[in-house]
Design a protein around this ligand. Sequence first.
Ligand code: FES
Length: 165
Amino acid sequence: MGKAFGAVAGVGAVGALYAMKRSWDPLPSVKAAGFTTVDLSTCVANKLVVEKWRGKPIFVLKKTAEMVAAQSDAQNARDIVIGDDHYMVNIGLCTHLGCIPAYRDKKHDFLCACHGGEFDASGIDTKAPPPSPLVIPPFKITGNTLILGEEGPEFKKMKDAGIIA
Ligand code: FES
């Protein structure tokens, strides 16, 4: 009995230590509310990268030179440009009812399976029911690093141009 009690007490102590450790760690919500950084130099053209920021999926898509050459001004205006490279950075939630659209690399567009909505590779809605483009999250660029959660000059420029609501 004494032995069994000791074992139980031991488990209890580990549990208490674990609880203490947990209280030292930041709460998950605090972590999620912070900044997320993405090294854009690791992106491969036409391969969608999905990051997480504040609990939301973030689409990062490096465009191929062919995609850039075929773009309209409206599509260009939504790009983050570093040197010759163009990137699309959008919150990956459909502006209809919030499903996560899938990237179709052959067609260079997004299909939302929930109700058939479509977006181009810049996140502009091309087929209803989505009423508006995918949302561009606040971002800042430092060198090749994308910082999500901070409003840098490139983001402010898009805001001033009316691209970001
Ligand atoms: S939620 Fe995407 S089309 Fe309805």
